[in-house]
Design a protein around this ligand. Structure first.
Ligand code: GTP
Ligand code: MG
Length: 195
């Protein structure tokens, strides 16, 4: 799947702008700055496909990428703190929620959690929302390169515990680093295996 061509299709600012729901769709959700756009680049092996930056609130649209013309990979705006005016943030947060609960071909949402910080209450809000819409989600612990080897098991354990109250949570948690490439092949295989 990731060996085929990957292209940016469009950035969407309203539900009416979504492309036809005619293929398998996977999205990356998570707090601002957790590394969603960077992970899109790592997964696709294209350094600048999705725009990443150190400023929280970089991604303000729902960005669609096509994978081998058979899947959509979707980069979402972050939630939580964002370095943008409040009315603007509120607008994209509302869009984010509509998208997560109203997209019929959304096969799995990957909820990215910073491996150093763990699951926060804003993440739990999104997890509840996904559960209410019966969207299966899977957690990805990002920035593994910033965590000492001895703390990785602990981060996984804490996340596993936090997921227990969410029936919509897929049990396997993946730990990734877009810096070292750790976990990227695993995540690619998971995505390619979705039907
Ligand atoms: P928003 O679009 O604002 O919601 O953020 P985002 O989740 O798309 O984050 P983005 O990919 O823009 O990355 C935020 C910052 O984290 C950037 O400075 C990245 O270089 C850095 N970053 C992302 N992934 C990793 C990682 O695996 N390791 C390290 N060390 N830094 C990372
Ligand atoms: Mg982004």
């Amino acid at each position: 799947l990731f060996a085929g061509s990957t292209e940016f299709l469009k950035g969407v600012v309203a539900m009416s702008g979504l492309p036809p729901a005619d293929r398998i769709e996977i999205c990356l959700a998570g707090r601002s700055n957790v590394g969603k756009s960077t992970l899109i680049n790592a997964l696709t092996g294209q350094k600048a496909l999705a725009r990443a930056s150190n400023t929280p609130g970089r991604t303000q649209e729902i960005n669609f990428f096509t994978l081998a013309e058979s899947h959509y990979l979707v980069d979402l705006p972050g939630y939580g703190f964002a370095n943008a005016p409040l009315p603007v943030v509120q607008k994209w947060q509302a869009l984010l929620k509509s998208y997560l609960t109203g997209r019929q071909n959304l096969r799995r949402a990957f909820v990215l959690i910073d491996a150093r910080h763990g699951v926060k209450s804003v993440d739990e809000e999104i997890m509840s929302l996904l559960g209410s819409a019966a969207v299966t989600f899977q957690c990805v612990l990002t920035k593994a390169d910033k965590v000492k080897a001895s703390d990785k098991e602990r981060a996984l354990d804490l996340t596993r515990k936090a997921l227990q109250k969410y029936p919509a949570a897929f049990p396997e948690i993946v730990m990734t680093s877009s810096e070292t490439g750790d976990g990227i092949a695993t995540l690619r295989a998971i995505i390619a295996g979705l039907e």
